[in-house]
Write a protein that binds this ligand. Structure first.
Ligand code: ZN
Length: 284
């Protein structure tokens, strides 16, 4: 089908109350494994790359894999840039072929965040690229950003409505109590706030910090408006553990076997998430 914007994908998911998995992959193999899972379940999928991953391989290389994988795929696939603070870097991704991007100016004061987001929206929208923006500060560690849990603050519904007014984002990421990385205790999700923000903005909501949430929490968040569900940390664990475990169990120095085991582990993990999010069969 080729790569498509996440905008239509998420509008449909929001209306029908299921979640589209947005999986952070790091190379051709992990991307291929994740898309294979989506194909098996006929589900739409968002493949997202961190800025660090793009810097490692270069824009053109990532897009080459993605086009190869998506061109031969019967399901909708979006290529998304996860948390990016730099509008110039976003422009490079759009020019290279990313179909979705995130501007994260959430550390800036409200007015500045809004101004930067609007500027990036103009650029993305002109290229048919869907935009995600963040308000409030999601806790935990994401790339070079580290927010002490006590400093993480939730998005305010009045400000969220003001932020999104006349700004047709593909998806909105308000801080609702989730955190990146591994949870130290039971996360306190502000479900009431999530519900109010989804209603007042009328936009599909992105759920960040998905790793470690219970099945019930995922389902409740999706029912309240989370149409994009990000999974990054769990895939990092699966990526490393499957590689190390295969080697330890088999004492194998055969790269193809290790890579095959790694891809199979990633495929299985993504299959489980897609089923949980309710997007099976929604990519036909
Ligand atoms: Zn995030």
């Amino acid at each position: 089908m080729g790569l498509e914007s996440m905008k239509g994908m998420l509008a449909k998911a929001g209306k029908e109350q299921y979640g589209v998995g947005a999986f952070n992959t790091v190379d051709y193999a992990s991307t291929k494994a994740a898309v294979t899972a989506a194909e098996e379940l006929a589900a739409p999928i968002i493949i997202q790359t961190s800025v660090k991953t793009v810097q490692l391989w270069g824009h053109a290389t990532v897009v080459t894999w993605m086009k190869d994988i998506a061109a031969n795929s019967p399901v909708p696939v979006a290529l998304h840039l996860d948390h990016c603070k730099d509008p110039d870097f976003i422009r490079q991704c759009i020019d290279a072929g990313w179909t979705s991007v995130m501007i994260d100016a959430s550390a800036k004061p409200f007015e500045e965040n809004l101004a930067i987001t609007r500027q990036v929206f103009e650029m993305a929208d002109a290229a048919g690229v869907g935009l995600e923006a963040e308000l409030g500060e999601i806790g935990g560690v994401e790339d070079d950003k580290s927010v002490a849990d006590e400093d993480a603050y939730l998005a305010d519904p009045d400000k969220a409505e003001m932020f999104c007014k006349d700004l047709p984002l593909a998806v909105f990421a308000p801080a609702i109590g989730t955190a990146h990385g591994v949870y130290k205790g039971e996360p306190k999700i502000a479900f009431d706030r999530l519900e109010e923000i989804a209603k007042r903005t009328g936009l599909p909501i992105a759920l960040h910090g998905g790793t470690g949430l219970s099945d019930d929490v995922f389902k409740r968040c999706i029912a309240l408006g989370c149409a994009k569900v990000n999974i990054s940390t769990q895939l990092k664990y699966t990526f490393i553990d499957s590689f190390v475990n295969y080697h330890q169990d088999h004492q194998a120095y055969e790269p193809v076997k290790v890579l095959t085991a790694q891809m199979e582990a990633i495929r299985k993990t993504v299959v489980d998430y897609i089923r949980l999010f309710g997007s099976e069969g929604k990519g036909k």
